[in-house]
Write a protein that binds this ligand. Structure first.
Ligand SMILES: NC(=O)c1ccc[n+]([C@@H]2O[C@H](COP(=O)([O-])OP(=O)(O)OC[C@H]3O[C@@H](n4cnc5c(N)ncnc54)[C@H](OP(=O)(O)O)[C@@H]3O)[C@@H](O)[C@H]2O)c1
Length: 333
């Protein structure tokens, strides 16, 4: 079997750490691994398969001999260094939003549009975390009868913002039950015991960039440029796993039993939907798992062909690291 030289750019971050874990757990054929981060982390030792490896500072020369470069160090780093990595002969799988809507870069969720991987020109984009879990749950339904419209509200964990936000929620939570004095740095308002209807920056149309990512990326991944989609994205005081209330309208009526049966068989999906036992997907139970969990499956009784779903998945795994490694697996298979 062939083995590959893999680089992780942003190896010390929330997603980078998960990437190391996922590569190990899935036994990806790694020949050599290069862990890259900013000069602040150079020399720090991280382990991969029980071997200590020193983190190196990311430079223009970081990609010699690298076959696959997994990027998760933010959009500006990707914009500058992903073309350099591709030029050096690596295939880049980029977790930032830098290339997602670039016509030359496929945007791939392996359960949905694996064939698009072949179209790459050195850079493959990994979609936004909230988009990935939604399309994994919706594609099997779209295949039965095309989805005309999606209305989605998200409940997104702080780990989606990175390590500093995880620390801020922990510290603010302690402060609330102590003396109430706290630092507010990562978000514009307190996140502990609060909700913020504000993820990423506001755009001229009044939506946030995160909300428009869900619209535009879903259309690109599903090859459905006309699909009507509206999103409201909310940051919630949860450490890991995003949750989504998803309402869809399909062209034809699909019996609820058919929706359930289809989702039960769908790749990457697990249905948890037992109302008598109070069973439905929960973010704390999705943490560390690979699946997109779907529950609360019911008809939208206010329209002809409407369905409501509750979708939960680990944003650091399927929303980022796992999806990226699955793309790498498609490349080497
Ligand atoms: N968190 C999620 O759920 C999620 C999901 C999908 C996509 N993403 C995307 O993944 C990326 C990283 O997110 P994260 O949550 O892992 O953030 P994070 O925890 O803040 O980690 C950021 C990483 O980037 C590195 N970095 C920062 N500046 C750098 C520089 N100048 N040169 C090289 N490396 C640098 C950091 O290294 P140092 O430790 O040296 O500072 C660290 O390894 C972002 O583009 C984000 O949008 C995140």
């Amino acid at each position: 079997m062939s083995e590959y030289n893999v680089a992780i750019v942003g190896a010390t971050g929330a997603v980078g750490e998960e990437m190391r874990r996922v590569l190990e757990q899935r036994d990806f054929p790694v020949k050599d691994i290069r862990l890259l981060a900013s000069e602040r982390s150079a020399g720090r030792r991280l382990t991969f398969k029980r071997v200590g490896i020193a983190v190196k500072e990311l430079t223009k020369d970081s990609f010699k001999g690298i076959d696959i470069a997994l990027f998760s160090a933010g959009g500006s780093i990707s914009k500058e260094f992903a073309p350099i990595a591709a030029e050096a002969g690596a295939v880049v799988i980029d977790n930032s939003s830098a290339f997602r809507m670039d016509k030359n870069a496929p945007l791939v969720v392996p359960e949905v549009n694996p064939e698009d991987v072949q179209e790459h020109n050195g850079i493959i984009a990994n979609p936004n975390c909230s988009t990935i879990q939604m399309v994994v749950a919706l594609k099997p339904i779209h295949d039965i009868s095309p989805i005309k419209r999606i209305v989605v509200s998200t409940y997104q964990a702080v780990s989606g913002t990175g390590k500093k936000a995880i620390d801020e929620l922990r510290e603010q939570s302690k402060a609330v039950v102590a003396d109430g004095r706290m630092n507010i740095e990562v978000y514009p308002h307190q996140i502990a015991f609060n909700l913020l209807p504000h993820i990423d920056v506001f755009l001229d149309n009044g939506y946030t960039k995160e909300e428009m990512k869900m619209v535009n990326e879903t259309r690109k991944i599903m090859h459905a440029p006309e699909m009507k989609i509206t999103a409201t994205c909310v940051r919630v005081p949860v450490f890991v796993s995003h949750s989504e209330a998803v309402n869809i309208e399909t062209e034809k009526k699909i019996p609820l039993s058919k929706v359930r049966e289809t989702l039960e068989k769908a790749p990457g999906v697990e249905v948890i939907d037992n109302l008598e036992e109070n069973l439905y997907p929960l973010p704390i139970e999705a943490e560390g798992q690979d699946e997109c969990y779907v529950g609360r499956i019911r008809e939208d009784e206010s329209i002809e062909n409407g369905i409501n779903l509750w979708v939960v998945s680990d944003n650091l795994r399927k929303g980022a690291a796992l999806n990226a490694v699955q793309i790498a697996e498609l490349l080497v298979s």
